[in-house]
Design a binder for this molecule. Structure first.
Ligand SMILES: [Zn+2]
Length: 274
C-alpha cells in the first residue's frame, strides 16, 4: 500500500490539479485558493514538497487529499479517479482473518433479556424441549433462560452465563436440530471466561462436572452443586477447572455423556488427578 501512495505522491501535483479542472498556475506557480474567497492567487501548487499550500488560509494538501477535498469522492471513487487519470490502481486488499462477529453486544443482550424471558414462557415448543430434558419451567426461569429469534440460525434458547449475579455472556442454542442431529450453538454476546454455574460452587459441597446448560440445569434442579464444562477439544487446556479446585470440594463427580466426546473429556479431567 505504501508503494502505491509513493507513486501517487510522485505525480506532479499540478497535473492532479489540472485533471481536477483547476486553472493554470500563474508565473509564481500560484492559483486562486479553492478553500477561501480571494481575488489574488495565494495557493501554491507544486514546490519542493509537491503539495497544495495556501499562504492565505493555510490549507495544505497532498495528492490524495487534494482529490478527496475537491472531488468529494469516497475512497473507492478516489482510487477509480487515479486509475482513470494516471493509471494507478488500488493494490489488492490483504486478506485478514475476520474475527467472528457477535450478533449483539453484552449490554444489548442484557437490555433485551426480559423480553426473551417473557417469550419463553409463552412458547410451547421451547417448554416442551426443556421438559424433554427433564427441566421444569420454574428451573429455567430461575436461571434466567429466554427465547430469541436468531437472524440466521432461527428460534432458540438463550442461556445467560453468570459470573456471580451478573451475566458475562449469553449462549444460544437452536430449538430445532440441524442435519447432523445436533442443535446449533453460538455465543450470542460477551465472552465465556467463566464456567457455567461457577458462582454456585460452595466450599464443602461435592461438585458435579457436566457438559451443556441443560444437564447443568437438571443437576441444579436436583439440588446438586454443578458446573458445566464443555468436553470439546478447544476447552481441554483445563485452566477454567482451577475455579473448581480452588474451592477445594470434597469430591468432583464427572457427569459426561457416554459418547466419544464424553469419554475423552472424562479421561482428560481424570488425568488432572484432583
Ligand atoms: Zn486558501
Amino acid at each position: 500500500m505504501d508503494e502505491v501512495f509513493g507513486e501517487i505522491n510522485k505525480i506532479p501535483i499540478v497535473d492532479i490539479w489540472r485533471a481536477l479542472g483547476g486553472d493554470d498556475p500563474n508565473r509564481d506557480g500560484k492559483v486562486l485558493c479553492k478553500f477561501h474567497a480571494e481575488a489574488t492567487p495565494s495557493a501554491q501548487v507544486g514546490g519542493n514538497r509537491n503539495i497544495y499550500k495556501c499562504y492565505a488560509c493555510g490549507k495544505t494538501l497532498g495528492a490524495w487529499n487534494l482529490v478527496k477535498e475537491l472531488s468529494g469522492l469516497d475512497n473507492k471513487g478516489i482510487w477509480d479517479w487515479f486509475d482513470k487519470h494516471f493509471r494507478i490502481k488500488r493494490p489488492p486488499l490483504e486478506k485478514k482473518d475476520k474475527p467472528k462477529q457477535k450478533v449483539m453486544t453484552l449490554d444489548e443482550a442484557k437490555d433485551d433479556l426480559f423480553l426473551w424471558q417473557a417469550a419463553l414462557e409463552s412458547n410451547d415448543e421451547a417448554i416442551a424441549l426443556l421438559k424433554s430434558y427433564g427441566i421444569r419451567l420454574e428451573t429455567a426461569q430461575a436461571a434466567g433462560l429466554g427465547l430469541f429469534p436468531h437472524p440466521s440460525l432461527g428460534l432458540g434458547l438463550v442461556y445467560p452465563i453468570p459470573d456471580g449475579d451478573n451475566p458475562v455472556a449469553f449462549k444460544f442454542r437452536t430449538l430445532g436440530r440441524g442435519e447432523s442431529g445436533k442443535r446449533k450453538n453460538q455465543v450470542l454476546a460477551g465472552e465465556i471466561t467463566a464456567l457455567y454455574g461457577q458462582g454456585a460452587i460452595k466450599f464443602v459441597e461435592p461438585v458435579c462436572l457436566t457438559a451443556g446448560e441443560e444437564k447443568w440445569l437438571l443437576l441444579q434442579q436436583e439440588g446438586r452443586c454443578a458446573v458445566s464444562w464443555a468436553t470439546g477439544e478447544n476447552s481441554r487446556n483445563g485452566l477454567l477447572l482451577k475455579a473448581i479446585t480452588e474451592k477445594n470440594p470434597p469430591s468432583i463427580t464427572i457427569c459426561y455423556d457416554a459418547d466419544d466426546a464424553g469419554r475423552k473429556g472424562t479421561a482428560f479431567v481424570r488425568s488432572l488427578a484432583y
